[in-house]
Ligand binder design. Structure first.
Ligand code: DHB
Length: 692
């Protein structure tokens, strides 16, 4: 089940409790509905308290509304029911119930107040800690550079290198919250590169985050794992200004042992880098690059990060954290995103993984040590692979697999023709066909390029056309490299568990399902909880007019609520806001963010680090929100990126041209929206500058 669903149930239970509360005390509520008592009773005074004579002597028939609703009798019918004998003990119980409710309401109010107070104190401590950290200047110093020259395809690329610039005023980790800037030398002489000038050059913003670990600031290189110049040097050769930030990650600790790189640190840093660019370009300190043409790029966790940046432009959720690190007060929306195999949508990735790989043998890299999840979650790339006997508990696989259909159907995604991409509970449907189509497309391209696909049993090829991709057979062919659940492990053994830690807790869950299954806390299973709620509602209804019964019930209910509230949830489960702040899906198509208007998403056909469903959901969500999205599975690659840099920069050129044309045509709607959002996020305090 989705976490969303679980919370919906929790909320429903709370709503039910809230609904029941005003109905108390029971006797008064019943008598208010008594057709013979048309006068409402004064608030807070029970009917019984007004009775001086023996109550049983004047029994009156009442309309039992609960009975009417609960048993489904037609509303027109008036059902009359005799109340049971009302004794002194009943009166006492009624009074006690009333007192109990008052006391509990007061207790809850006090708890609420205490929480607010604690939050304010925490904020104050955070501010003090921030003030105590060293301050770094945000101003870019254009005079401090090195001139360098490297070659791309035999041609010299001359550029200025500005390295190690701290991009935020109050960093937690100044050795990570720093960036490198590279600018083609031609721009300092009024020249142009690949048709761009100092003013129009797109800004390439690559991150080197992998595995949610701290990411280094990238540097240009003539060699890369795919041969030839790396993405940064290629970007320079294509006329880009490059800004390559280092980024905090899940393992970082400060000198006191507090964790300083847990979610949402990575996205807060990336946003701060964008703001640093706008700030310094706006002040005229950064000598080149168009801040309205920023292309964010990354692979895997870095692809997830680039996607997150593109999806959450200027979203208010991040404001507090940006302020905490002293980010420049600027916009942080970007123009375009290149995401290679994004390991994203982590709170639903377990479901997607089981939908694709349930029942498939697990391939593990044989390395000693670690927890079972650490063993099974180590990505197998180049190492020797051996098949493990079982991938995990079949019941968990089945449960997660089924939840995927529910989650997907809730998203209501559509293909280009407007068809709903749904799945039935058994995992079949148009969404599956959509993914098959992605693999067919990739295979067709390979075939067209002369690659022999004869040994690919999962593909059906006829007359030079790839006509079918069997997803079940595909999964068995590529095998799975992660256990169940793939991301939120019951034993907290994955990198993602560590990513969702807190300043004081290294590893936490980020799905309700895994928290429940882990057994770390005595949480009732969702089904049990629902059954319990239903049992209570029924018992409550049946006990109408029986204050002693209701007193017992209410006491049990309060005890249950208190037990739940007393659980140290925050030690085991990341809070819902942090989980949201790491999921681009939660921002696309909402009014809370400025989404990048151009996206390119690539996922290797052999990739088993996450299900193809995950980038597909992202792409469809974007397309459905009217965002230009180029999404493909790529033949010949597994979990990888930067393998098609020429096409990437061709795509960037086309996107820039299109946007420049739209701007020249006066399509300014987006700008108006941005300004509106900015006024909301930053009430003008006089520090904001106009973009040039
Ligand atoms: C990466 C790979 C994973 O399998 C994962 O779960 C998280 C990140 C990566 O390569 O960045």
């Amino acid at each position: 089940m989705t976490q969303h669903k679980v919370w919906k149930n929790v909320l429903a239970a709370l709503a039910l409790a809230a609904l029941l509360q005003p109905a108390l005390p029971a006797r008064a509520a019943v008598e208010q509905r008594d057709v013979t008592h048309s006068q409402p009773l004064p608030m807070g005074r029970s009917a019984a308290a007004d009775q001086t004579a023996d109550h049983s002597a004047e029994q009156k028939p009442v309309v039992n509304q609960f009975l009417l609703e609960g048993e489904g009798a037609p509303a027109s019918e008036t059902v009359r029911k005799e109340l049971p004998t009302y004794t002194a003990a009943d009166k006492a119980a009624e009074k006690e119930l009333e007192q109990l409710n008052r006391a509990y309401a007061k207790e809850q109010l006090q708890a609420q107040r205490a929480k607010i107070k604690a939050r304010k104190e925490a904020e104050k401590r955070r501010d003090e800690a921030r003030d105590a950290r060293q301050t770094y200047p945000l101003d870019f110093d254009a005079a401090r550079f090195q001139k360098r020259s490297l070659q791309v395809k035999g041609q010299p690329i001359v550029f200025r290198a500005y390295e190690g610039l701290v991009y935020t005023a109050k960093p937690y980790a100044a050795d990570y919250e720093r960036l490198n800037v590279y600018i083609p030398e031609a721009y300092f002489k009024g020249g142009s590169v690949h048709g761009y000038t100092a003013a129009t050059a797109p800004i390439f913003l690559p991150n080197e985050v992998g595995d949610y670990l701290p990411g280094q600031a990238g540097t240009p290189s003539e060699t890369s794992r795919h041969g030839g110049a790396n993405a940064i040097l290629r970007a320079l050769s294509r006329g880009c200004v490059v800004v390559a930030p280092a980024i905090r990650g899940r393992t970082l600790q400060d000198k006191d042992g507090r964790y300083i790189g847990k979610a949402p640190a990575l996205i807060v840093d990336y946003k701060a880098a964008v703001r640093y660019i706008r700030y310094n370009r706006g002040k005229g300190l950064l000598p080149a690059g168009n801040p309205e043409r920023i292309l964010a790029a990354g692979t895997s966790a870095g692809g997830a990060l680039a996607s997150l940046l593109g999806a959450t432009g200027n979203a208010p959720d991040y404001e507090e954290d940006l302020r905490d690190i002293g980010a420049a007060r600027e916009r942080d929306d970007v123009f375009a995103v290149q995401a290679y195999c994004p390991i994203t949508n982590l709170d639903h990735a377990d479901m997607a993984y089981e939908w694709m790989f349930h029942g498939v043998p697990l391939t593990v890299e044989q390395r000693p040590g670690g927890t079972p999840a650490e063993q099974t979650n180590r990505a197998v790339r180049n190492g020797a692979e051996t098949e493990a006997p079982a991938a995990g508990d079949p019941a968990a696989q089945d449960s997660l697999r089924k939840s995927f259909a529910t989650y997907l159907n809730d998203l209501a995604l559509k293909d280009d023709s407007g068809n709903l991409l749904n799945l039935s509970e058994d995992g079949e449907g148009l969404f599956k066909e959509y993914l098959q189509g992605k693999y067919v497309e990739a295979a067709q391209q390979a075939l067209d390029n002369g690659i022999d696909l004869g040994n690919q049993a999962w593909l059906t090829i006829s007359g030079g056309r790839v006509i079918y991709a069997d997803l079940g057979l595909y999964a068995r062919t590529v095998k799975r490299i992660k256990g169940t659940p793939a991301f939120d492990a019951f034993d907290l053994g994955t990198g993602e568990n560590q990513e969702f830690g807190s300043p004081v807790t290294d590893k936490r869950h980020f799905t309700w399902y895994s928290l429940q299954q882990s057994g770390a806390l005595p949480l009732p299973k969702q089904a049990e909880e629902k059954a319990e709620d239903e049992r209570f509602a029924l018992a409550w209804r049946r006990a109408e007019g029986q204050p002693r019964e209701r007193l017992v019930l209410r006491k049990a209910q309060i005890a249950r609520e208190k037990a739940q509230e007393a659980l140290p949830l925050a030690q085991y489960l990341a809070d819902s806001k942090t989980i949201r702040m790491l999921n681009p899906m939660d921002y696309i198509g909402t009014p809370d963010s400025t989404v990048a208007p151009h996206w390119r998403i690539r996922h290797g056909v052999r990739d088993r680090d996450t299900s193809l469903a995950i980038p597909a959901l992202l792409a469809l969500r974007l397309q459905n929100a009217g965002v230009r999205t180029d999404f493909r599975a790529v033949w010949g690659y597994g979990h990888d990126g930067d393998y098609d840099l020429d096409q990437l920069f061709d795509w960037m050129d086309a996107a820039v041209q299109e946007a420049d044309q739209a701007e020249a045509d006066g399509a300014t709607k987006r700008t108006v929206e941005q300004e509106y959002l900015m006024d909301w996020v930053y009430p003008d305090d006089g520090t904001r500058k106009q973009q040039q």
